[in-house]
Design a protein around this ligand. Structure first.
Ligand code: MG
Length: 222
């Protein structure tokens, strides 16, 4: 695979790409929405992954209660989800991702993280585990429109100062792949979740990897 020849920056999604955090997001979405009478199916956590939390709450209310949440309900669900998330065990780093990021840096490739998450601990966590600086993190707090809108990846691209064909996205979620492709960027998908491969291919992924170890091997074998 021609990965590194012309690539000068890689934009990584965070949940399900750097951290194995999706099982906790699935659990906390199900339990925070249950309080409002919504039986959120587990796969919905994966289908909506990448959206901002507020967008997911609106979609869940519209789809299952046939109405929009009030501002207070939106805040209450989001607060409850955040509280439940804080009680979950720390998500482990996905296999070979620290090694991949180290390899990219050694090869002069810039590393960015582009996530819909807005957890206050996010910058510290990314810095501690992956040595990513705050200026290279685009979070849910930096965007007006979350994934699948192209805005998050366009911000990363602008910060990189590179041409689009020098940048590459790594995503695990269909909304994230759509966001990257709408931004005009090449996107590798890694299927670490519960959705069939077809969902990521249909979203527009240029290549698909079965796990993060396979992704790492594709980079280093080049
Ligand atoms: Mg993700």
């Amino acid at each position: 695979m021609q990965v590194l020849d012309d690539i000068k920056a890689v934009f990584f999604d965070m949940d399900g790409v750097l951290f194995d955090s999706m099982p906790s997001h699935e659990y906390t979405w199900i339990h925070s929405l249950k309080k409002y009478g919504i039986n959120f199916p587990p796969e919905e956590a994966y289908m909506n992954e990448g959206r901002t939390g507020y967008a997911t709450i609106r979609i869940a209310f519209e789809k299952y209660l046939h109405r929009l949440p009030t501002r207070d309900e939106e805040e209450a669900v989001y607060t409850l989800k955040t509280e439940l998330m804080a009680k979950r065990p720390k998500a482990p780093v996905l296999p070979m991702m620290q090694e991949l990021i180290e390899f990219l840096r050694k090869n002069g490739v810039q590393v960015f993280v582009v996530t819909g998450s807005r957890q206050p601990s996010l910058v510290d966590k990314l810095n501690a585990q992956f040595k990513v600086e705050a200026s290279n993190i685009i979070s849910g707090a930096d965007v007006k429109q979350g994934k699948p809108h192209p805005e998050p990846y366009l911000i990363a691209w602008q910060r990189s100062g590179l041409s689009k064909d020098q940048c590459l996205v790594v995503e695990n979620a269909p909304m994230g792949v759509e966001s990257a492709k709408a931004a005009g960027l090449r996107c590798l998908a890694v299927n670490t979740g519960k959705l069939p491969d077809d969902v990521l291919i249909s979203a527009g992924a240029d290549s698909l990897f079965e796990n993060t170890t396979a992704l790492y091997k594709a980079f280093i074998s080049h």
